[in-house]
Design a protein around this ligand. Structure first.
Ligand code: OGA
Ligand code: ZN
Ligand code: ZN
Length: 398
């Protein structure tokens, strides 16, 4: 790029205006640093800023990101033009009052705010308001947020969302003992993700259960609905009553345990990650199934998702030579998931809610004795997109 760059053209950095160019972004971008110089070549614009930073932008990128009213809808901020011209031609490039002004040969003029361009210089990624995920350390203790802080919005909501996306699990304390409070909380974040069990479900022992959760038996660690192409991202379980003996909650960070399996026995890990198996739920009305591996690994090796629910594993359709090795790998993963160093236990109290990443964290409960008291949880699901959206919107306030 540098090789075909021509000498910097005239700039008038002396005239810095307070008139910032509106790039039609709702998220704030910094005003500074101001641009210092611009130089152009056949295919690129090269910029330097007052602090010495540099950036080289293909012309097609700049033309594509023009924020004028003809290129961006002024109300919706959506893009209005298709970048079809491979190398649009420039007739001039200037730094005007610290901002970039480009004149194109088709008479179009594009203006770019210097801080906006700086934040987006190729090869640089600007800080995100979303947290990175952090694997559970030994003795992981979930972050706790008070119900009143979450509903006050702002910092409390930010803390709850951040902990949930970072750790995959967060506890809410001191909520009201009100039916459907779980839906009201979820709706603050986004629309409830409905499934074949409804948009909101009650976890109580029922007379004719279609699901192990609706009995009093213990629930071994699992993820919900791995038989769906897109299992629910986030699960909320709100405790209204927990007087029965037993019924404690258990959790394990599935991604962290899968990493432990990868370290301890790479062949077992690979088998679970590369062998799609069938998951299937059936009742009188439904027959919902997918074929996917237990561990989903991204092309870069990162573990993306765990699907684990032994009740709704369907017939294992594998070549004979793979059957015994697959069961061995599955049993190994199961043993690690249940190892005391990987499991945490919680006693949910009425007015507490646990929220967790259903595609990362496995959950379960101990058996309870319904003759000793009542146990009633209400649950719902949310899409992760809505949590990330809330965090970005909250971050706009700085
Ligand atoms: C469920 C579930 C846990 C519990 O409903 O999917 O796992 O504590 N419930 O009852
Ligand atoms: Zn334009
Ligand atoms: Zn469950």
């Amino acid at each position: 790029m540098q090789s075909d760059a021509v000498q910097p053209q005239a700039t008038d950095v002396s005239l810095r205006a307070d008139a910032l160019i509106d790039m039609h972004e709702l998220a704030p971008y910094p005003e500074r640093p101001w641009l210092a110089t611009v130089s152009t070549s056949e295919s690129h614009v090269r910029l330097t800023w007052e602090n010495g930073d540099e950036g080289s932008y293909p012309l097609i990128w700049l033309r594509d990101h023009c924020a004028c009213e003809r290129c961006r809808h002024p109300q919706t901020r959506e893009r209005l033009v298709m970048p079809l011209e491979e190398t649009p031609r420039l007739s001039g490039a200037r730094v005007v009052q610290g901002q970039l002004q480009l004149s194109w040969q088709d008479e179009h003029i594009s203006r770019f705010a210097s801080g906006w361009l700086h934040q987006r210089r190729p090869g640089y990624s600007s800080p995100s308001p979303l947290p990175n995920t952090v694997a559970w350390p030994h003795g992981f203790a979930a972050e706790r947020v008070r119900h009143s802080d979450l509903v006050a919005g702002g910092e409390g909501e930010q803390r709850w969302l951040t902990a949930l996306l970072r750790d995959g699990l967060v506890l809410l304390d001191d909520g009201p003992l009100a039916l459907d409070e779980v839906s009201r909380l979820a709706q603050r974040i986004g629309p409830l993700r409905a499934t074949n069990f409804g948009a909101r479900f009650d976890v109580v022992s029922k007379p004719n259960p279609n699901n192990a959760a609706y009995t009093a038996i213990g629930l071994a660690l699992h993820t919900d609905l791995p038989n769906w192409r897109q299992p629910p991202d986030i699960q909320l379980l709100y405790c209204l009553k927990n007087d029965a003996e037993g019924g404690g909650s258990i959790f394990a960070d599935g991604v962290q345990v899968a990493e432990a399996l990868r370290a301890e026995h790479p062949a077992h890990f690979t088998l679970l990650a590369t062998t799609p198996i069938d998951f299937r739920f059936q009742d009188d009305e439904q027959d919902i199934g997918v074929r996917e591996p237990v561990i989903d690994v991204a092309p870069d090796g990162r573990i993306r998702e765990i699907r684990f629910n032994n009740w709704i594993r369907d017939t294992l359709h594998l070549p004979e030579a793979l059957i015994a090795p697959w069961y061995e790998a599955y049993a190994h993963f199961w043993a690690l998931l249940n190892a005391p160093e990987h499991r945490i236990s919680l006693e949910l109290k009425p007015g507490q809610m646990v929220a967790f990443d259903n595609r990362r964290v496995l959950h379960g409960r101990e058996a309870f004795d319904p003759s000793t008291g009542e146990r009633h949880l209400q649950g719902t699901y949310l899409d992760r997109d809505m949590l990330e959206s809330r965090l970005r919107v909250l971050a706009r306030q700085g």
